[in-house]
Design a protein around this ligand. Structure first.
Ligand SMILES: *Cc1c(COP(=O)(O)O)cnc(C)c1O
Length: 354
């Protein structure tokens, strides 16, 4: 018997979530964001499940080439642009589109004669102050690229799309910058796609929602019609009865208030489970809701089984996924579903289910 921890990827959930994105933004093309190894689900696996998308967004040129070599013919975009001028021949050769957010990238494109073969997504900084050209310089850059015959899409990214009214300022700045250009435009991440139709424009760029997690703090994934695409499962590998006053795990971070039964689960922070998950973080044992007690170890964690008398060594455990939204675990660990999904460790075997 091998260690029982595994991540199961539900391919039908990935396809379903893409359909949800399409239904919300029926008049936009969908650029499925599969950066960070498809948010931890496997980049190629995600791309195959999202084969009906109009394009894919990744970070590394090597990932874009992997997609081309796997036969994908859609738009493929480097979401942060190229990182060095010597990547430009690869972009032209493999028909890879790139974000352009900095002067040095414009200079590199000018020095690369077939630059007009490369589709450019010109990025405006509309208020997030991370990547993108300032509004004051954007129009002149846009005009000169249009004169040179570049293939252009205009884009920006929201800092607060998950808050009510959070897109207003950036949306009006971006609308002002792109007005009259008659070029395709792209703004919306998952949160904006779901809550702000006025941001849909020509291309939406959903990420987290495609993996079945909610981008909106006030709505669960289920309320949004999304299905979790990853379930992290393990088993109970040891059980013990402890007495009131006994401590559990490193540092005695949990002290039993009464006599209890505690189970040890084969999953720890070296698997990507968040070490900062608090006492009380939800977990499913034999399909019933329980809570973590004590500190998360490298390879194990401990759960309260006092109210699950049928639990035994070998009982199934769900860390997150079907039956337990990853957002709930993330909240109890002071982080986001994004971080948990991306952080599942290489050593965790990944299975696919149709
Ligand atoms: C990651 C990313 C997205 C997707 O964001 P989600 O919140 O996961 O939907 C969209 N656009 C850009 C520029 C990104 O970096």
């Amino acid at each position: 018997m091998s260690r029982p921890l595994r991540a199961t990827i539900h391919l039908s959930a990935l396809r379903h979530n893409l359909d949800v994105a399409r239904r919300h933004a029926a008049h936009s093309r969908v650029l499925a964001v599969i950066k960070a190894n498809g948010y931890g689900h496997g980049m190629l696996r995600a791309a195959r499940a999202f084969a009906a998308a109009d394009g894919f967004a990744v970070l590394a040129v090597q990932d874009a080439i992997t997609l081309r070599e796997a036969g994908f013919t859609q738009e493929i975009l480097l979401l942060e642009g190229f990182f060095a001028p010597d990547e430009l021949p690869l972009l032209a050769q493999h028909r890879i589109a790139t974000v352009v957010h900095a002067r040095w990238q414009l200079d590199a494109l000018l020095r690369f004669p077939p630059a007009n073969d490369i589709a450019l997504w010109l990025k405006a900084n509309s208020g997030m102050n991370r990547l993108g050209f300032q509004p004051a310089e954007f129009s002149a850059i846009l005009a000169s690229l249009q004169r040179s015959g570049a293939k252009l899409t205009l884009m920006t990214h929201f800092a607060r799309a998950d808050e009510s009214g959070g897109v207003t300022g950036q949306l009006s700045r971006f609308n002002a910058l792109s007005r009259g250009a008659e070029l395709p435009r792209s703004m919306a991440n998952s949160a904006a796609l779901l809550c702000c139709p006025e941001t849909h424009a020509d291309w939406v760029r959903p990420g987290i929602m495609l993996y079945g997690a909610s981008p909106l703090p006030q709505h669960s994934a289920a309320e949004l019609g999304l299905q979790p695409a990853m379930t992290l499962n393990s088993e109970i590998i040891a059980l013990r009865n402890i007495q009131a006053g006994d401590e559990v795990g490193y540092g005695g971070a949990f002290k039993a208030p009464c006599d209890m039964r505690v189970g040890v689960v084969a999953c720890g922070y070296a698997d990507g489970y968040p070490r900062h998950a608090q006492n009380g973080t939800p977990i499913l044992v034999s399909g019933r809701r329980s809570r973590i007690v004590g500190r998360i170890s490298m390879d194990m964690l401990t759960a309260d089984l006092s109210h699950i008398p049928e639990a035994h060594v070998g009982s199934p455990v769900t860390l997150w996924g079907q039956g337990l939204p990853v957002e709930e675990v993330a909240a109890a660990a002071g982080t986001l579903s994004y971080e948990l999904l991306c952080a599942v460790a290489q050593r965790v075997p990944m299975l696919e289910r149709a």
